[in-house]
Each structure stands twice: as C-alpha cells, then as structure tokens.
Design a protein. Structure first.
Length: 171
C-alpha cells in the first residue's frame, strides 16, 4: 500500500465517521437507559404538604431598630407518628433564618452555634428558648414593632412546611 492510498483511506474513514455521527447520536439517545418516571419518583424523598406541628407561645424578641437580628422562642408540638427534622426557617421580614443550639464549653461558657437541623420527636415537643435551641432571624429588613404579629415558615428535610404566627415582644 503506497503512502497516497493510505492517506486517501484515512480521509475516507474520517469523512465516513463524521457523516455517521448524527445517526449514532440518535441511536444512542434512544437506546440509552433513562430512568423511568417511576424510578425518578422512588428516588425523590421530598413530600409536599403541611407538617403535623403546632406552635405554642411563639414570640419574636423585640430589638432596637439598629439591631439586625433577633431570636424566636416558643414550643413546637409534633402530633405525628414520626419525628420531624427541621432544616430551615424563613419570614418576609428577614433576609434569612437560622436554626441554633446553645452549647456549654468545658469551661462552663455558654454560646450559640448554628445547626443544620433541629428534631421534634414523634408525639413530642421542641422547646425554643434563650438557653437552648431557638430560631434566629438574620439581616432584618425593617424595624420590628412590639405586639406586631409575624408569619414564619419552617421547612423539613422531607420538603414539608409549617407556617405559624409569632408576636413581637420585649425580652
């Protein structure tokens, strides 16, 4: 085989490959295994709907206008048969919310730390207080007025939500 013939064969093979790519792409797209709708639904663990919660004595701490964060206290009751794992809080008056735990260092110093989740046991309660778990509202968008009622929404790891009212009160 001479050098010019090999070159022609290579060019011919390249042209043939390029021309066959669209057909191969269509064939691959149809024969590739795609997850069925059933498979997709079974792997998604998100639920829709409302959490089986009730808020009791929910309060937002009144802060001076120049302070841009505040705390939310009260008790959350879970009437459900499974634990509720909270992973977020939001309200229109704050840029974002945070879930917080209060911790004590080995030296006895108390401090707050953000946590990814807070759990309300099945049939149980989660007390939100200044000395324990609580919610924080960060980057307040406006000054809060004593006795005004705010709407807050909690989200859970399974995608459900619980919306409740909390009254702004002086500490």
């Amino acid at each position: 085989m001479s050098h010019p013939t090999s070159r022609r064969m290579l060019i011919g093979a390249a042209v043939l490959t390029i021309l066959s790519l669209p057909a191969l792409a269509q064939h691959t797209a149809h024969s590739a295994s795609k997850p069925s709708a059933t498979t997709q639904k079974s792997t998604v663990q998100k639920s829709t709907g409302t959490l089986p919660l009730r808020a009791v004595n929910a309060t937002v701490v009144a802060v001076p206008p120049m302070v841009k964060e505040t705390s939310v206290f009260g008790t959350l009751l879970n009437s459900g048969k499974t634990p509720v794992v909270l992973n977020g809080v939001r309200t229109t008056v704050a840029d974002h919310g945070m879930l917080m735990v209060t911790t004590k260092s080995s030296g006895g110093m108390q401090g707050m730390n953000m946590t990814e989740t807070l759990t309300i046991p099945a049939g149980g309660r989660l007390v939100l207080s200044d000395t324990g778990d609580h919610l924080m509202l960060m980057k307040l968008k406006r000054a809060l007025k004593v006795n005004e009622t705010l709407t807050l929404t909690l989200t859970s790891t399974d995608g459900r939500t619980f919306t409740f009212k909390a009254t702004v009160k002086k500490p």
